[in-house]
Ligand binder design. Structure first.
Ligand SMILES: [Zn+2]
Length: 238
């Protein structure tokens, strides 16, 4: 704080805030902020500098970063809420403000059946495309009743025959948390994709009393009469 919260440092009011090196006397003289505000701005600048740092490495195949889903309609109207891959709800104006500093990806989904249509990006990250799509599409673990968010989920091959040579197609991939991936690997559960793109979980044949089906936990709009994506016909952007 002695360095980064000093007068003239990290001041968002400056056209090019001083983050590296020493601020000029002119910049120091123009700094109207309180000490508390300077500490706040210093913390923001330090965290922003760390986000996207390659030294963070990867988390489940993606660079450590923030993944947010919102509808195109809400973005255009600058109202409503977006959802992060941790399940955090953030207001659209806040999302727009944050994204000024972000690497942008845009994923478009069919508004009728939720299928992924297109993914654009401002920075190429090898083999990350499908994972990003899944964060927007599934949002979290797909096993019925599981509340694990996207950041805690792994990519899982929904089609049973994948190990026998099936293609790795985005329509065959889905998200599942570690313990639920094990249910499929060793627990006798199977999964399959329904025509609408949702992943259906089927309990072991000898345990039919267990609950199968799809997971609406990460998709409250499905329970609210389709007022939100993917049922509004407006597509979805991430
Ligand atoms: Zn799970």
């Amino acid at each position: 704080m002695a360095k980064y919260a000093a007068p003239g440092m990290c001041n968002p009011a400056d056209e090019s805030p001083t983050v590296l090196g020493e601020p000029t006397d002119e910049v120091i003289g123009g700094d109207q902020r309180s000490y508390g505000q300077r500490q706040h701005d210093a913390l923001t600048a330090l965290l922003r500098g760390a986000l996207g740092d390659p030294k963070f490495g990867q988390h489940h195949g993606l660079p450590v970063t923030v993944i947010v889903s919102a509808t195109l309609q809400d973005l255009q109207n600058q109202t409503g809420h977006a959802v992060t891959a941790a399940g955090t709800v953030i207001p659209i104006p806040e999302l727009i403000r944050l994204s000024a500093h972000a690497y942008h990806y845009l994923a478009l989904f069919d508004g009728v059946n939720g299928r992924a249509l297109w993914l654009g990006r401002t920075k190429r990250i090898a083999s990350a495309d499908q994972r990003i799509i899944l964060h927007s599409k599934d949002r979290g673990c797909t096993r019925p009743g599981c509340d694990a968010p996207g950041y805690h989920s792994e990519v899982h091959h929904a089609a049973r025959d994948w190990k026998h040579g099936g293609a790795t197609d985005i329509d065959d991939l889905t998200l599942a948390c570690g313990p639920d991936n094990q249910l499929v690997e060793t627990g006798g559960w199977t999964t399959r994709k329904r025509p609408d793109g949702a992943t259906e979980w089927i309990p072991p044949p000898d345990l039919p009393m267990l609950r199968g089906g799809t997971n609406d936990f990460h998709h409250p709009e499905r329970l609210l009469g389709g007022a939100s994506p993917p049922d509004d016909g407006g597509g979805e952007a991430a």
